[in-house]
Every structure is written in C-alpha cells, then in structure tokens.
Design a protein around this ligand. Structure first.
Ligand SMILES: [Zn+2]
Length: 287
C-alpha cells in the first residue's frame, strides 16, 4: 500500500549504533522521595526509584535500548535541527546548550526498529531537552514517523514526555499540534495502529494533540498527564482538586488512559500489542 505517501525516507542499509545504555546516568535525587539513588542502581531499575517507585524521565536512546531488539534501530532525520523562526533572543544559545547536554539535536528521537522481531516505527521524546517542548523539529519528526508508519504499514509507537508547545517558536510551535494530529488521522484512515506511551510528564500542546489520539493509551505509573497545570485549574475553578489529580491512575479512572504499565513490563506489553494487532502480511488496511 501507500504509493500516495512519498517521504523519501527509504530503507537505509546501515543500522544506527546506539550509545551504551545508561552511560550518561549520574547519581540522582528522586524528586518524589528525595532519596539519593546511585547511578548503577538506577541503571538496573530502568530509572525507576527503588525507594518510592517514581518513574524518572529517561534519555530516548536508553528508552530505545530497553524497548527494541538489539541492533534493529535505524534512526530517522537525526540531523534535523531547529532554526529561530521568530528570531527570539537567546533561543539559539538555549538550543546549543540542550544539544550539548543531551547528545541529540531536538526533543524527540524517531526511527524504525523491532520488538521480538515485529517491526514498528518509534518516536521517543526527551523531557530533558527544553522540557520536551514541541517546536517545528519535534512536530516534523513526529509527523514523518507517523507517515512512515502509514507508508510502510508498520504500527507506530510514540513515547511522550513534554511540557507542551515550544513557545520560543511562537505560532510555528502551535501549528505542530494540527500537523501531528492530521498525520495521526491519516494513519487511522489507513487502519494502522498508533500506540501511545504517556510518561512523566505529558502536558500542554502534546496532550492536546497526538498524545491523546492513540488507539491504545498506555501510561507509566504516577505519570503526570494533563493539559493545564493543577495550580492554574484550581485558580480558575476556585476549588481544591482531588488527591492524585492528573496522575496516570487518575486518568485511567477517567477513561483517558487504557492501562498503566510499570516500566519493567513495557517491552512485553508493546510486544503483545504488536502481536495481537498484526497480520503476517501487514494486511491492516483490509477494511
Ligand atoms: Zn523516589
């Protein structure tokens, strides 16, 4: 299928070599329980706090290493970098700093890989890169990833972590909400599944666009998932909000999340979803 999608992503022969998993990790104070957790322990627990169970934000490459089959990942659009579309003072420097610290060019890593031999397209966001904010590069890469799924008949798995739209790019960041949502609609029309994994935190314009458009919405335990923040809502409603408001478990009760899956089970859950939504000849679109 899919001759109408011409992205020119092609099939690169060379797989990307991922950095050594968790090599960048440092001893970290858990923001939920304030315990200092040694890096070695965090690597073993997949960055879940052994004291309180808080699922800490992960670097996209570490996430990919824990999810996809070894050696199967091919990164897309790795060199895509953001300009400064509204000529905001200091934005370029902030981007340079974030690139230097993270080793990635913007707040999402996308590519093709497999889980237990079943191919999928992946998009993994990074909260550490300018708060995982969605600017033109994040929107473009997410869109390309979704369209690659439509073109190839491969399910798309997006792991979200974001504070929302990247205001340093003004209107160019806001239009990414419409762009990514349109791509998700097109994937839906092609009958190809979109699996979303909501991680801590997923808020603002990302929640208000593709993050809520999955066929199956998975969330990590305790993840903050919402649009506006609790303080803003309390201020507007002039009411106290219930305990656990906007956490993954609360959103599951409200019907926004289908299942809450601990990080150690995530690969298995995604493998199961790929298996149960697959046909051997990728015949999703026969409907
Ligand atoms: Zn903790």
């Amino acid at each position: 299928m899919g001759s109408e999608f011409t992205l020119g992503l092609g099939r690169k022969k060379k797989k990307s070599a991922l950095p050594e998993p968790f090599a960048r990790l440092q001893d970290t104070v858990c923001r939920e329980c304030q315990n200092l957790i040694p890096a070695a322990q965090l690597a073993k627990s997949l960055q879940v706090c052994p004291e309180c169970g808080f699922h800490m934000p992960m670097h996209p490459y570490d996430r990919i290493s824990t999810l996809v089959d070894e050696g199967s990942f091919e990164e897309f659009s790795q060199d895509l970098t953001s300009g400064n579309p509204i000529s905001l003072t200091g934005y370029k420097e902030k981007l340079d700093q974030a690139r230097g610290k993270s080793g990635i060019n913007d707040a999402v890593v996308t590519g093709r890989g497999s889980i237990d031999g079943r191919e999928a397209i992946f998009g993994i966001m990074s909260f550490q890169f300018l708060g995982g904010s969605m600017g033109s590069v994040v929107g473009e890469k997410i869109t390309r990833a979704i369209l690659a799924g439509a073109e190839e008949g491969s399910p798309v798995i997006l792991v979200t972590a974001s504070g929302g739209a990247r205001m340093q790019e003004g209107i160019f960041s806001l239009m990414q909400m419409a762009k990514t949502s349109s791509a998700a609609a097109l994937l839906d029309e092609a009958g190809i599944p979109l699996f979303i994994v909501l991680t801590h935190p997923t808020t603002g314009g990302v929640t208000a666009s593709f993050a809520m458009l999955g066929d199956v919405a998975i969330a990590e335990p305790g993840a903050l998932i919402g649009f506006a923040g609790q303080r803003v809502i309390e201020g507007t409603l002039k009411q106290k909000l219930p305990a656990g408001f906007q956490r993954a478990e609360f959103q599951q009760d409200q019907g926004f999340v289908d299942m809450v899956v601990p990080r150690e089970n995530l690969r298995h859950t995604l493998s199961f979803l790929l298996q149960t939504h697959a046909t051997e000849n990728k015949g999703w679109m026969n409907r």
